[in-house]
Each structure stands twice: as structure tokens, then as C-alpha cells.
Design a protein around this ligand. Structure first.
Ligand code: ADE
Length: 262
């Protein structure tokens, strides 16, 4: 799997690629990341990559041509790296006007051959480049970042941790929040040593050694949390037939006794 990242700030990615549980995936080449700066494809002494918007208004717009030359170089580089192989991966632009990123999209990218990730800066990118080259626009949410670099790192991190063997405990992402293969509910709270910390204790049941009870407690915690902060996810799980009789009994009890401790 290979990702090419087009960014005016490639240095932002260096610490990200050498840190944390995903580091080995990058270092071993399981996931290859190549960084490309559109400034290297810009003309003139100033290597200009932006200009004022036609029609007036604040801010600057990224020029189409340096981005197009950069993308074409990436395609040539991919072709040289795997002659006859799949060179044509999708082109993704991170932008607040894109579709929201979610678990299903992350899983799909995780099973793909990779992508070219374009990090916008300034007020945006000349629309003609987007028309000509961009396949997907992705947003992290209803807010505006100063650039797409953090969004690209978010996608990379979420995708890479799903690759087989990346997490220490193989398969531990199966119990992630939002995993539809499980039930799409939020994750339960977690505790570790010491048993008493600043006056707070660990729920007795987690120390009981009774695994059936612990599983039921965790499930109830997940149901209670999801019902409180993301009730639509409970509705979805129910519609998909993913809630059992024990779950429904717990949720009914929760409605009747909303202050109870799950
Ligand atoms: N670039 C600027 N804002 C963004 C957002 N909300 N999501 C992704 N990329 C962005």
C-alpha cells in the first residue's frame, strides 16, 4: 500500500511517521508514504504556488499548474516503481467542503492500494485542478483547519492501524468504537492499576474474575454511553438486528431508571 502526499509542509509529517504504534508499518514498508512539495514544481525565482482570487476577496488560492505537474510526476514515479502494475490510485483532497470521514470509509481505504493525498492551504485550490484531477474530497468535520496536513495524518493513522499486524495485540481494533462488524456502538470505559487512584476505585465487577459478568457489564456500559451521547447509533444497531434481548432489557431499564449506574 502506498500513499503519496502533496503538501507545502512535508516537514510536518516527519515526526508523525516515526512515532507510535504505526511507526513499524512505515519503517518496514508495509505502508509506503512519499512526500511531494508542489513548490518544487513551481516556476520562477519565487517558485510561486498561490495567487489572489479572481473576483476579489480575502486570502490566496493555490495555483493549479504546480499541483498538476506534481501529480503527473507522482504518476510517473508509480509507473516506474511497478511497471505494468496499478498506477492509477484515487486522488483525495482534504477540504471542509468534502464528505465526512467515518469508520466505513477508513475500512475501505485500508483495503485499498493507497491514494494520492492532497493537502490544501490558503483559501483553497483553483477549482479547475479539482475538476481535472480530484476523485474524492474528505472533511474531518464541520470546522475549518488551516490546511489539510492534519487531516491527511488522521486518515493515514486510522488506515494504517487497521493493517494486519500493526497493533501489538493483533485484532484489538475489533473492539473499537464504531466497528460495524461488532455492533457500531461506542467503546466501554477502561481501567488499569492502581485499584484506587486519588479516591476513585475500579468497578468491583472488573476485579471479580467472572468473565460472563464482566462481558455483560461492558456491553451495558457501551449501551448506556452510546444511548447517552450518540442515540442514533443505538437505533441503527437495533435496525440491523444487532441488539439482543439482554440489551433491550437493559435499555428499557435505563429509560425507566435514567439515574442508575450501568
Ligand atoms: N482543510 C481545512 N479544513 C478541513 C477539514 N475540516 N477537514 C479536512 N481538511 C480540511
Amino acid at each position: 500500500m502506498r500513499f503519496d502526499v502533496i503538501t507545502l509542509f512535508p516537514e510536518l509529517f516527519a515526526p508523525f511517521l516515526v512515532s507510535g504504534v504505526t511507526r513499524r508499518a512505515y519503517e518496514s514498508g508495509l505502508v509506503e508514504v512519499k512526500l511531494w512539495n508542489p513548490r518544487d514544481f513551481a516556476e520562477g525565482n519565487y517558485r510561486r504556488v498561490d495567487d489572489r482570487p479572481f473576483g476579489g476577496g480575502p486570502g490566496m488560492v493555490m495555483l493549479a499548474e504546480p499541483l498538476a505537474l506534481c501529480l503527473e510526476r507522482i504518476r510517473a514515479d508509480r509507473l516506474a516503481a511497478s511497471p505494468g502494475g496499478a498506477v492509477s490510485v484515487p486522488t483525495v483532497l482534504f477540504s471542509p467542503t468534502g464528505g465526512a470521514l467515518n469508520h466505513a470509509a477508513v475500512e475501505a481505504w485500508s483495503a485499498s492500494a493507497g491514494a494520492v493525498l492532497i493537502c490544501g492551504r490558503y483559501e483553497g485550490i483553483d477549482q479547475r485542478f479539482i475538476n481535472a484531477f480530484v476523485d474524492h474530497e474528505i472533511s474531518l468535520g464541520d470546522f475549518v483547519l488551516s490546511g489539510g496536513e492534519i487531516a491527511a495524518m488522521v486518515l493515514l493513522d486510522a488506515v494504517v492501524r487497521l493493517q494486519p499486524g500493526v497493533l501489538n495485540d493483533e485484532g484489538s481494533h475489533q473492539f473499537d468504537s464504531f466497528n460495524p462488524a461488532l455492533d457500531g456502538l461506542l467503546d466501554c470505559p477502561h481501567y488499569t492499576r492502581p485499584e484506587r487512584w486519588r479516591g476513585q476505585t475500579v468497578p468491583d465487577i472488573l476485579l471479580s474474575g467472572n468473565h460472563a459478568h464482566i462481558e455483560r457489564w461492558r456491553r451495558d456500559q457501551r449501551l448506556a454511553l452510546t444511548q447517552r451521547v450518540r442515540p442514533e447509533l443505538v437505533t441503527k444497531a437495533r435496525a440491523q438486528g444487532l441488539l439482543g434481548a439482554g440489551d433491550e432489557a437493559f435499555l428499557t431499564d435505563l429509560v425507566e431508571n435514567p439515574d442508575q449506574d450501568a
